[in-house]
Design a protein around this ligand. Structure first.
Ligand code: 0L1
Ligand code: MG
Length: 262
């Protein structure tokens, strides 16, 4: 089904202004129950174009709902993807202003930085690893524009999979010799360990999530460009944060990365 262009643009503009005004909205399928996954990606692409027209540079992509518990919670069997703009990037250790966010939560992830472009279909872990420049620990800050993080699958896809901020570790590590499945990750909040996990929490291997992203992009005739940052998906549960919090993620052999909240 194709959705009227005015509805696509109206939904994208509504989500953009909710983000800019730091204001919750009801999920878009309340008004337009006919929106399915394909139409939701049309809205996400429109949101991306609106941001690019306003000067945002697209620096990469993210995968979401990559863990079995999150997929079960949403009643789906496929992860989702979104885009990352330079306005989402935070320097390692830098301050994040919670006044610009609705209800922020943080997730520990592994980020891939791609040396080569990748094109699906048929992308697999071996091709992802061969095309990867390096990996770093990452914190993704998600901030759904929907009331109380209440959404369905099309609504969260349209809302760019809740993408809001991210930070990358400062020490690039080549993937050669790394076991991304057993790689351990610890999240600390205010000096206390709050979450632990291993790379296998992400579809069995974080590189599998990157391969899936490439194959999903191919279904819409798109490629993953060289130089892209890819957040491969949450290794831990999402943890709520507020002003005054410090969050640090430590990944075995990859070092640390952190965000401070005011
Ligand atoms: O990055 C993620 O896994 C989040 C995807 C969107 C669902 C949510 O906001 O929890
Ligand atoms: Mg995430």
């Amino acid at each position: 089904m194709t959705l009227d262009r005015s509805i696509i643009e109206g939904c994208a503009k509504q989500l953009l202004s909710a983000e800019q005004d730091v204001r919750e909205v009801v999920k878009i399928t309340d008004a337009y129950p006919q929106i399915g996954v394909d139409e939701a990606y049309d809205i996400q692409e429109c949101l991306r174009s609106l941001k690019q027209s306003a000067g945002v540079r697209i620096v990469g992509m993210k995968m979401g709902l990559t863990s079995r518990p999150k997929m079960q919670q949403m009643g789906v069997d496929t992860p989702i993807y979104g885009f990352l703009g330079d306005d989402n990037a935070v320097d390692d250790g830098a301050v994040v202003d919670t006044a610009r966010l609705i209800h922020p939560k943080v997730e520990a992830e592994i980020a891939f930085v791609m040396r080569d472009a990748l094109q699906g279909p048929g992308c697999d872990i071996a091709r992802v690893l061969a095309a990867t420049d390096y990996v770093v620990p990452a914190i993704e800050l998600i901030d759904s524009r929907y009331e109380n993080f209440r959404f369905d699958l099309p609504s969260v896809i349209a809302d760019n999979t809740s993408a809001a901020r991210y930070v990358l570790g400062s020490r690039p590590t080549a993937v050669e010799g790394l076991d991304l499945e057993t790689l351990g990750v610890v999240m600390e909040k205010n000096g206390q360990v709050v979450e632990v996990g291993a790379g296998a929490a992400v579809l069995g291997n974080p590189a599998e999530a990157v391969a899936m992203l490439v194959n999903m992009l191919a279904q819409r005739g798109q490629v993953l460009p060289a130089g892209s940052v890819v957040l491969s998906g949450a290794i831990t549960a999402a943890v709520a944060v507020a002003a005054g919090d410090n969050v640090l993620v430590r990944a075995d052999g990859l070092g640390t990365t952190s965000m401070r909240f005011v």
